[in-house]
Write a protein that binds this ligand. Structure first.
Ligand code: PEP
Ligand code: MG
Length: 540
C-alpha cells in the first residue's frame, strides 16, 4: 500500500479504481508522410485495437446495464468497419500523403457534418457516434491509453491538475473522487469538487504518478490522503469512516426545514453557490434558502462558442423556475485568469489575475455583455433573479453598467418583452478598491457579496492558484476580516445588505464573527449548507 498526503478540498471517503485523466491533444497537425502504405497500416492497427476495446466494453456493458444499453458499443464497432469510412481515411492518407491522425480527424468531421445535416433524427444522432469512435482511434494513434475519459464504472480521477473547463466536462456520475498533483484549495477546480459533492485531495505532488492508473485506491477527503493498493485493514477503517460520514449526513438531514438562527435569535440567509443548471438539484436537496452565486461563466466554459441569448435565457429561466420564487443571484461573466475560454481569443498576459478579465471584458466587448443582460432580464420574469457584477473597482464602472441596463430595458420595453421591474443589482466585493470605496458603491447598488477568494489573493498578494504560497496563506488574516467588517458597516450605513459568497463563508470557525458583523447572507457549496446551519444554531 502506498500512502500519499496532500490537501483536503472536500470531506468524504471514496473507494474505487484510479483513472489518470488523459488530455487529448485537440489540435491535430497535418503532417507530410513519405511512406503512405505504412501510414495506412498504422491506421489499420489502431482500428483493430479500437474494435477490441469496444468488444470488451460491449461485454462489460451487457453484464452491467443489459443488452439494450450495451448495443451502442456494437454500433461503434460497425462504424469502424464501415467501408466508406475506411475508404475515406485511406484515400486521404494516400492521395494527400498525410498522417493517419489528420485523415481520421478530417473524415470524422466530414461524416459528422453529413450526419447532422440529415433530416432523420436517428441519423443526426450518429454524428456524435462517428466523432466518438474516431476519437478512440485518434487516442490510440497518439499512444494514449484506451481509457481517456471513457469509463463505464465510476472512478477516482487522478491528474496533474485539472482546468475548470476540463472539470465541468467530466461526467459527474462517473467521478468518485479527485486526486491531483498540484492545485490550490481556492482554485475553481477545488470549488467545483465541493459543488459536486465529491471527496477531493489536491497537492499530492509527483508521488502521484501515472503508473497508478487502473489501481485500486481510497481517498480520505477529511485528512487529504490517498491510499493506493490499500490493504484490508485500511479498507475496513475507511469503510467505517464512510459509514460515519453517511450517518453524520443523515443527522444533518434533520436540520432541513429549520431556520438559520443563533441562540439569541439573530437570523441569516444561507444560500448555495452553483456553476451549472444541473446543480440546482443539489441546492434544493440541501435546503438552501436561495442561490447566492451562480457562476454564469461556466455556461461559456462548457460551450464551443459564445452561448446565444436564447441558450442563456433558457438556462437562467430554468434555474429561476426551479428555485420557485427564492432569490437567485446570477453573476455576470467572470472569465479570464484561470477561467480561459478559447473562443474569446484573450491575449496571453504576464499577470492574468490582474489582467483583462470579468467586468473589464464586459465593459469593452459590450455585445457579449448586452447579450447576457438581455438573457438575464428576460429570465427575470420567471423568478426572483438578482444580478451581480464581478471584479468591481470603481463607482464609475457601476454607473456604466447601469447605463447598459437602461439600454437593455428600453429595448425589451419596445419589443414588449416582459421582465421583473425591481431586479436587485449587486456587486462582488473582491478587490481592495471596492472595500475602500464601499460607502460610495453602496449608494449605487442593492447589495454586496464578498468574494473572499479573490479579495484574499488581491489583499495578501497571494496568487490563489499557486500551491507554493500555501505556507504564507492565512485565510483568517485580520486584514481580510477587517475589510469584510468595513464593507458590512458601509453597506448597512446605506441601508443595503451584504453577503459572503467566497469559500470563507463556509468556514465555521468564523461564523460567530460574521454574525457579529451583521453579515446578512452566507452562500456556500450546496453540501455545506446544513453543516453551516448547524454551526449558526450553536452560535450565541
Ligand atoms: C471569489 O472571488 O471569492 C468568488 C466568489 O468568485 P470566484 O471564486 O469565482 O472568483
Ligand atoms: Mg472572484
Amino acid at each position: 500500500m502506498i500512502t500519499i498526503k496532500g490537501k483536503s478540498v472536500f470531506g468524504g471517503v471514496s473507494i474505487g479504481k484510479i483513472m489518470f485523466y488523459k488530455r487529448n491533444d485537440k489540435v491535430i497537425k497535418r503532417e507530410h508522410v513519405d511512406n503512405t502504405s505504412a501510414e495506412v497500416e498504422r491506421f489499420q492497427d489502431a482500428k483493430k485495437i479500437a474494435i477490441e476495446q469496444l468488444k470488451e466494453l460491449y461485454n462489460k456493458a451487457i453484464a452491467d446495464v443489459g443488452e439494450a444499453n450495451a448495443a451502442i458499443f456494437e454500433i461503434h464497432q460497425m462504424m469502424l468497419d464501415d467501408l466508406d469510412y475506411i475508404e475515406s481515411i485511406e484515400n486521404i492518407i494516400l492521395t494527400q500523403e498525410v498522417n493517419a491522425e489528420y485523415a481520421v480527424a478530417t473524415t470524422a468531421d466530414n461524416f459528422a457534418q453529413m450526419f447532422s445535416s440529415m433530416d432523420d433524427a436517428y441519423m443526426q444522432g450518429r454524428a456524435a457516434d462517428v466523432k466518438d469512435v474516431s476519437e478512440r482511434v485518434l487516442n490510440i494513434l497518439s499512444g494514449g491509453s484506451n481509457t481517456s475519459m471513457k469509463t463505464d464504472e465510476p472512478v477516482i480521477i487522478a491528474a496533474d491538475d485539472l482546468a475548470p473547463s476540463e472539470t465541468v466536462q467530466l461526467d459527474k456520475e462517473k467521478v468518485l473522487g479527485f486526486a491531483t498533483m498540484y492545485g490550490s484549495a481556492s482554485s475553481h477546480t477545488a470549488i467545483l469538487a465541493r459543488t459536486m459533492n465529491i471527496p477531493a485531495v489536491i497537492g499530492l505532488g509527483n508521488e502521484l504518478s501515472e503508473q497508478f492508473d487502473g489501481k485500486e485506491a481510497v481517498i480520505d477527503g477529511f485528512t487529504g490522503t490517498i491510499y493506493i493498493d490499500p490493504d484490508d485493514a485500511t479498507i475496513a477503517v475507511m469503510k467505517e469512516k464512510r459509514e460515519k460520514d453517511i450517518e453524520q449526513k443523515r443527522l444533518l438531514e434533520e436540520l432541513k426545514g429549520k431556520e438559520n438562527i443563533t441562540k439569541s435569535g439573530q437570523k441569516v440567509h444561507v444560500y448555495a453557490n452553483i456553476g451549472n443548471v444541473s446543480d440546482v438539484g443539489l441546492v434544493l436537496k440541501n435546503d438552501a434558502g436561495g442561490i447566492g452565486l451562480f457562476r454564469s461563466e461556466f455556461l461559456y466554459l462548457e460551450s464551443e462558442t459564445f452561448p446565444t441569448e436564447e441558450a442563456q435565457f433558457q438556462a437562467y429561466r430554468q434555474v429561476a423556475e426551479n428555485m420557485a420564487g427564492k432569490r437567485v443571484i446570477i453573476r455576470t461573466l467572470d472569465i479570464g485568469a484561470d477561467k480561459q475560454v478559447d473562443y474569446f481569443n484573450l491575449p496571453k498576459e504576464e499577470n492574468p489575475a490582474l489582467g483583462y478579465r470579468a467586468i473589464r471584458i464586459c465593459l469593452q466587448q459590450t455585445d457579449i455583455f448586452k447579450t447576457q443582460l438581455r438573457a438575464l432580464y428576460r429570465a427575470s420574469a420567471y423568478g426572483q433573479i438578482a444580478i451581480m457584477f464581478p471584479m468591481i473597482i470603481s463607482v464609475d464602472e457601476v454607473k456604466k453598467i447601469k447605463e447598459m441596463i437602461e439600454v437593455v430595458k428600453a429595448e425589451l420595453d419596445e419589443a414588449g418583452i416582459p421582465y421583473r421591474k425591481n431586479i436587485e443589482i449587486g456587486i462582488m466585493i473582491e478587490t481592495p478598491a471596492s472595500v475602500i470605496m464601499s460607502r460610495e458603491l453602496a449608494k449605487e447598488v442593492d447589495f454586496f457579496s464578498v468574494g473572499t477568494n479573490d479579495l484574499t489573493q488581491y489583499t495578501l498578494a497571494i496568487d490563489r492558484q499557486n500551491p507554493k504560497l500555501e505556507p504564507f496563506l492565512d485565510t483568517h488574516h485580520p486584514a481580510i476580516l477587517r475589510m469584510i467588517k468595513m464593507a458590512a458597516d458601509n453597506a448597512h450605513a446605506e441601508g443595503k445588505w451584504i453577503g459572503i459568497c467566497g469559500e470563507l463563508g463556509a468556514d465555521t470557525e468564523l461564523t460567530e464573527q460574521f454574525m457579529a458583523m451583521g453579515v446578512d447572507e452566507l452562500s456556500v457549496s450546496p453540501a455545506l449548507v446544513l453543516p453551516l446551519r448547524k454551526k449558526i444554531r450553536e452560535c450565541e
